[in-house]
Design a protein around this ligand. Structure first.
Ligand code: ARG
Length: 455
């Protein structure tokens, strides 16, 4: 491509470190779309003839078909996807191919291709997040009133419902989808036409190519257009946060399927056996989703470090933007799909959850609240009396609901039978009617809200 200035071939090592076709071939579709829009614009601007433009379009369509058929010759000697496409175009249509690169540089070309790829990835991920949310809502709805322990410090805290717990993740994934949508809006400006870095002397129409490629507008500064990859960093940050959420749900699945918890069952579809222990059914998919966040954060870190301290504008360092980004989205898309599959697959064991929901004196707060509401005690005093009741129940080896009234009255003489009504997990959750609380009616209201959003 630059034979005019060079008389010798690059050293083999130079080629080895420089070549990117092994990974940037994933930008082929974006590269062809960009070239087609660019050629159409060059014709409209009167920069190339209609014969040349027609030949270029025909050639690019043929290349598209070759790539789809798996017959396109990806060649290391042409370094990257841009030059592979151009070289092939020349083979297919002859010298007219040489007109395509008018008013363009690989710098704005790669900035465009990569931005299009990341934009697509954000869209795919957003759709996958919605699918996962739908699976969570579908699992939450029939279990809106299934009581389970709510935890803090992984210690039983207050009873909640399984539906409420699953809907917490629907909220988190909703924000993740929002972050991808925000990033998409911000990145949706076309860098094409920035050329090498300074813009072009040709009468190009950047609005034309921007519109053809689905962008809101062209970018406003040619240097920035070829120099920054913050759109990818933003998408990777959103992806990393999403992977953090996935890892937390994955961890809960791992905990819930243990015989000690026994809150859910996973089918053979999402578990594996052990080669030595015949009784085992391991939640490998959940464990792997839990682990993937390492790749995501690694990718974000990698690209951050690549970009840090680079002077404007393009530097070849930026060729290293692609692998981490591709790897991150591959890992995230696989994780989202696996998680949606696991959520649909999981069978809650409601008896075990209900049993655990009452354990650990989980309705102690309800007892204290009753003392405040019915007897007018200060919460601090009620807290103290309840603590003593828990201590007494512990000594007697019973739950709070099984603690005899005489025992309770020994601590506070005005306590009546009525207190037992609030000491069951069912009563506890039903009482938490505050907006967004775990009362089944509130949970169902949120399920309805999300069903409308996700419809
Ligand atoms: N393969 C290169 C990359 O991915 C394309 C841009 C090359 N530009 C250049 N000035 N050498 O970054």
């Amino acid at each position: 491509m630059w034979g005019g200035r060079f008389s010798a071939k690059p050293a083999e090592l130079m080629q080895a470190i420089n070549v990117s076709i092994g990974f940037d071939r994933r930008l082929a579709a974006q590269d062809l779309a960009g070239s087609r829009a660019h050629a159409a614009m060059l014709l409209k601007a009167g920069v190339i003839s209609s014969d040349d433009e027609a030949a270029i379009q025909r050639g690019l369509i043929a290349i598209d078909a070759e790539i789809a058929a798996g017959t396109f010759p990806f060649r290391d000697e042409f370094e990257d996807i841009h030059m592979n496409v151009e070289a092939r175009l020349r083979e297919l249509i002859g010298p007219a191919a040489g007109r395509l690169h008018t008013a363009r540089s690989r710098n704005d070309q790669v900035a465009l291709d990569f931005r299009l790829w990341v934009r697509d990835a954000c869209d795919r991920t957003g759709a996958q997040i919605q699918a996962l949310q739908r699976a969570l809502v579908a699992k939450a709805e029939p279990h809106a009133d299934a009581v389970m322990p709510g935890f803090t410090h992984l210690q039983p805290a207050q009873p909640v419902t399984f539906g409420h717990h699953l809907m917490a993740y629907v909220e988190m994934f909703g924000r993740d989808a929002g972050r991808f949508a925000d990033a998409r809006t911000r990145m949706n400006e076309s860098p094409l036409g920035a050329a090498a870095l300074a813009g072009s002397p040709f009468p190009i129409d950047r609005d034309h190519t921007a519109k053809a490629l689905g962008f809101d507008r062209p970018t406003g500064n040619s240097l920035d257009s070829v120099a920054d990859r913050d759109f990818a960093l933003e998408a990777l940050a959103a992806a990393t946060i999403c992977a953090v959420h996935l890892s937390r749900l994955a961890e809960e699945i791992v905990i819930w399927v243990t015989p000690q918890f026994g809150f859910i069952r996973l089918s053979d579809a999402f578990t594996t056996g052990s080669s030595i222990m015949p009784q085992k059914k391991n939640p490998d998919a959940a464990e792997l989703v839990r682990a993937k966040v390492g790749r995501l954060l690694g990718s974000f870190t990698q690209l951050t470090v690549v970009m840090k301290g680079l002077p404007l504008t393009y530097s070849k360092d930026m060729q290293e933007d692609k692998v981490p980004t591709f790897e991150a989205f591959d890992a995230l898309e696989l994780s989202l799909a696996a998680m949606a599959g696991m959520v649909a697959d999981m069978q809650p064991i409601v008896e075990n959850m209900a049993k655990a929901a009452g354990a650990g004196y989980s309705t102690a707060t309800d007892l204290a609240d009753w003392l405040v509401r019915e007897l007018g005690l200060a919460f601090r005093d009620a807290h103290h009396i309840t603590g003593a009741a828990v201590k007494r129940a512990e000594q007697l080896g019973c739950d709070l609901p099984a603690l005899p009234l005489s025992e309770l009255r020994a601590l506070e003489p005005n306590i009546t039978e009525g207190i037992y009504k609030v000491l069951t997990p069912e009563a506890s959750v039903a009482s938490r009617m505050s907006y967004g609380g775990t009362a089944p009616a509130q949970v169902r209201a949120q399920i309805k809200r999300w069903k409308d959003i996700l419809a």
